[in-house]
Design a protein around this ligand. Structure first.
Ligand SMILES: [Zn+2]
Length: 136
C-alpha cells in the first residue's frame, strides 16, 4: 500500500486532492477486483486543472496506472468523475466525489487549512467520500 508519506515525497506537498486520489484509487481497484499496475485502465474527467489535478498523482500511486504506461487518460469536463475498467474482466465502475466533500474542498483555502482537510479526509472511509455507479 502506498503510504501517505511516500505520496507526499512523490508529489511534493500534502493536499486534500492528493489524499482523495490515493483513497479513490485504492477503493476503485478493490471494487473492480483488478491487479495494480497492469490490470486496469482509468479515464479521469474534470480534474485537468490545479489543484484538482493533484488527485491524478494520488490515483497513479494507488492504482499503478501511469501516464507513462498510457493506462490513464485525462479528459476535460465540467463534471468530476473517474472511470475504472478491469482490463481482464471488463468490469467498469464510475466514482464521483460526494457533494458534501466538494463543498468542503470549495470552502477550504490557504495552505494550513488545506493540510488540515487532507488529514481529515485521510481518516474517512470510502463510503463517506465517494459515490459509485456501474453506469457511465
Ligand atoms: Zn498538490
Amino acid at each position: 500500500m502506498t503510504s501517505l508519506n511516500s505520496a507526499i515525497r512523490f508529489h511534493g506537498h500534502l493536499g486534500p486532492w492528493l489524499v482523495l486520489g490515493l483513497l479513490m484509487g485504492k477503493y476503485g481497484l478493490r471494487k473492480i477486483n483488478a491487479k495494480k499496475y497492469f490490470g486496469l485502465s482509468l479515464c479521469v474527467s474534470g480534474l485537468h486543472k490545479k489543484p484538482k489535478s493533484c488527485l491524478i498523482d494520488g490515483l497513479q500511486l494507488s492504482t499503478g496506472c501511469t501516464l507513462g504506461k498510457g493506462n490513464i487518460r485525462i479528459l476535460k469536463s465540467k463534471g468530476i468523475f473517474v472511470n475504472f475498467k478491469n482490463s481482464e474482466t471488463n468490469k467498469k465502475i464510475t466514482l464521483r466525489l460526494k457533494d458534501k466533500i466538494l463543498k468542503q474542498l470549495k470552502n477550504t483555502t490557504g495552505h494550513s487549512a488545506s493540510e488540515r482537510l487532507a488529514k481529515i479526509l485521510h481518516k474517512k472511509t470510502p463510503l463517506d467520500i465517494f459515490t459509485l455507479s456501474n453506469k457511465r
